[in-house]
Design a protein around this ligand. Structure first.
Ligand code: GRG
Length: 299
């Protein structure tokens, strides 16, 4: 994490947010002893397997940036993490990326079995909506706004749409505009929802919500570019050459189109734009710190 120029206050606040997120996730993922034990175990395995919690942190940091109520934002923040966890379980399945490991642990279908992994993902997505619909501290209008927004961002023209476009794009190289569209849908849409959740809970004005949307898009795209860069650098370090998993799978990435250096520069330019927007918010420091650490994890 690049902490230069940030006060300890912002870092402490993010650490405190992280603890609150873990506690609320545990509360929302505690199930009575039931015949469906295997399903709940698989879902818990996915949610509590060393994820960085970036998206829920973004929800809370946006809430803090707008002087909103963190307690009200906690359950919505966890809902974003449930949807993220479901997407990773399904993304790892043999019919998609067919990965055996995630976060240094066996993927859910390897630890359990394929059918259980599929259902654990289905469950987490459904659970996310149930938790939002039942959220006791939110008024009904806020709950409907959140449900409508996340359904759109995670749905057929959002994250799931991005995934199908991504699968279709594996066969042959694609131009930059197409790749950016895929990245925006597959990764940036859920990032955007995470920030917008903080804004909605904080009762942001339509103008402020629209600024937060642009911020989420820029940060999400920057994060995905950095993910592509990390993939290449990690494989260089491991194998001593630039043959990343994306390259092995024949995937077009920012790095394959622009080269490593220009891809890094593209991410930095998006970060700069994002930081300018963040600076206009009432309490910008924690969100600025988080944005920096998302994009500068390698630089
Ligand atoms: C299967 C519907 C469906 C969607 C899958 C999110 C996604 C769409 C696929 C994941 C593929 C992938 C690795 C994309 C790169 C960006 C990304 C989402 C990285 C993982 O996010 P982190 O680093 O993960 O926040 P942790 O492990 O920290 O939770």
């Amino acid at each position: 994490m690049n902490l230069q120029g940030f006060s300890m206050g912002a870092e402490e606040l993010l650490k405190n947010h992280l603890l609150k997120i873990e506690t609320r996730l545990n509360e929302l993922m505690t199930f009575p002893q039931a015949a469906e034990e295997k399903l709940f175990s698989a879902a818990r395995y996915a949610v509590f397997s060393k994820g960085k919690r970036l998206r829920p942190l973004l929800t809370l940091a946006t809430t803090a940036a707008l002087n909103g109520d963190i307690e009200n934002a906690l359950t919505p923040a966890c809902v974003i993490e449930f949807i993220h966890s479901y997407s990773l379980i399904h993304d790892d399945l043999p019919c998609m990326d067919d990965d055996d490991f995630r976060r240094g642990l066996l993927t859910v279908h390897k630890k359990f079995d394929e059918a259980t992994a599929l259902l654990a993902g289905d469950f987490l997505l459904t659970h996310a909506f149930q938790v939002l619909a039942d959220a006791p501290s939110l008024d009904e209008i806020t709950r409907i706004c959140l449900i409508r927004l996340v359904a759109r961002r995670a749905g057929g023209e959002g994250m799931i749409g991005g995934q199908i476009l991504d699968l279709e794009a594996t066969a042959s190289p694609i131009p930059m505009e197409r790749m950016e569209l895929i990245h925006r849908k597959k990764t940036a849409e859920l990032f955007t929802a995470a920030l917008e959740f903080g804004a909605i809970v904080s009762k942001a004005s339509p103008k402020s919500l629209s600024e937060i949307e642009k911020l989420g898009q820029d940060l999400g795209l920057a994060f995905q570019i950095v993910d592509d860069v990390i993939d290449v650098i990690a494989s260089q370090q491991k194998h001593g050459k630039a043959l990343s998993s994306d390259e092995i799978n024949g995937k077009t990435t920012y790095v394959s189109l622009l080269g490593l250096e220009k891809a890094q520069k593209a991410a930095e330019a998006l970060l700069k734009k994002a930081l300018l927007r963040i600076a206009t918010l009432p309490n910008p420091e924690p969100l600025a710190l988080l944005a920096n650490s998302l994009v500068k994890r390698l630089m």
